[in-house]
Design a protein around this ligand. Structure first.
Ligand code: IPM
Ligand code: MN
Length: 355
């Protein structure tokens, strides 16, 4: 088969890690006789420098006509002082919204070989953990009304959280379906003791749970969830939550897998086209040094093969190769604990060698 993939390399370490994933995809293509065609488009700070806007129209059009999209990361100190709607991050929100990507899957699992890199005590992670975070991606406070105004005490800023029944229903269904295919346990995370949006969320979650009697459902408040994640991560199977809570909890979950450099993500719209990106940022401090961990992006490419192209065996082949490389003791700098480590390109070659 022939697949057209749009590449949004972005800023910082983005170009390095996307190049790594492209190499892996090409090797998989060779092994299984698929052709992956890649077309690059500008996004983020790189687009600002070149075209004056963080998300040029050609980029949106290119993504919408591709079969799928692979993204590196956006942002950096150079663009940090720009107004909100001109920041590189705005491009990420813009492309998610333009592609209708309301589902964000962020799997956080502890590779057995990385147990010693996990900052949690050995007895807490002895059974490992494998969590699928289902984050709502195109609603909530990220996309609500915001602004500046003159208040009682002078200058004020506000951001609002709004969720419609439709937005909640569709993400909650995705989460129940995911739980059904996994260990049949769903934790819905909200702040229903304070927020109206959370109370509507919780009500709808319970309505929909009637359609999934085989899935065990629990509600959890977000502050408690933040604690449970480090107290007993293996208690979770699938988590469903709002855009902002999902953003925060997925960073926490990533760190207990050993490094934020390990976590891939898939952003989906209900169709086959998706956007795949590591959950980490552009890491400007280590950009261009060939020391970034490419695994999150390589695993994001594996998610693309699975969710967009339905290439199960090809996808698993990448995951297994990562597993083997880690089991052999190879590490990138973020995972090396001050010990010996491989460069970005060496790690990429090791993974390709194991395919
Ligand atoms: C993420 C990032 C983005 C988000 C930022 C860069 C806008 O933190 O993908 O987790 O908050 O969604
Ligand atoms: Mn984030």
């Amino acid at each position: 088969m022939n697949y057209n993939i749009a590449l949004l390399k972005g800023d910082g370490i983005g170009p390095e890690i996307v190049s790594s994933a492209v190499k892996v995809l090409s090797a998989v293509g060779e092994k299984y006789s698929h052709t992956f065609n890649f077309t690059e488009y500008d996004i983020g700070g790189a687009a600002l420098d070149k075209c004056g806007v963080p998300l040029p129209d050609e980029t949106v059009e290119g993504c919408l006509k591709s079969d799928s999209v692979l993204l590196g990361a956006v942002g950096g100190p150079k663009w940090d002082t720009l107004p909100g709607n001109m920041r590189p991050e705005k491009a990420l929100l813009g492309i998610r919204s333009a592609m209708g990507l309301f589902t964000n899957l962020r799997p956080a699992k502890l590779y057995p070989a990385l147990k010693s890199e996990c900052p949690l005590r050995e007895d807490i992670v002895k059974d490992g953990f494998d969590i699928m975070i289902v984050r709502e991606l195109t609603g909530g406070i990220y996309f609500g009304e915001r602004g500046m105004r003159e208040g009682k005490y002078g200058e004020e800023a506000y951001d609002t959280e709004c969720y419609s029944r439709m937005e909640i229903e569709r993400i909650v269904r995705v989460a129940f379906e995911s739980a059904r295919k996994r260990n049949k346990k769903l934790t819905s995370i909200d702040k229903a003791n304070v927020l109206d949006t959370s109370r509507l969320w919780r009500k709808i979650v319970h309505e929909i749970s009637a359609e999934y009697p085989d899935v065990e459902l629990e509600d959890m408040l977000v502050d408690n969830a933040a604690m449970q994640l480090v107290r007993n991560p293996s208690r979770f199977d699938v988590i469903v939550t709002t855009n902002m809570f999902g953003d925060i909890l997925s960073d926490e979950a990533s760190q207990i897998t050993g490094s934020i450099g390990m976590l891939p993500s898939a952003s989906l719209c209900g169709g086959t086209r998706g956007l795949y990106e590591p959950i980490h940022g552009s890491a400007p401090d280590i950009a261009g040094q060939n020391i970034a961990n490419p695994i999150a992006t390589i695993l994001s490419a594996a998610m693309m093969l699975l969710y967009s192209f339905d290439l199960k065996e090809e996808s698993q082949c990448i995951v297994d190769a990562v597993d083997k490389v880690l089991s052999c003791g190879y590490r990138t700098k973020d995972l090396a604990n001050g010990g010996e480590y491989l460069s970005t390109s060496e790690m990429t070659d090791k993974i390709i060698g194991m395919l």
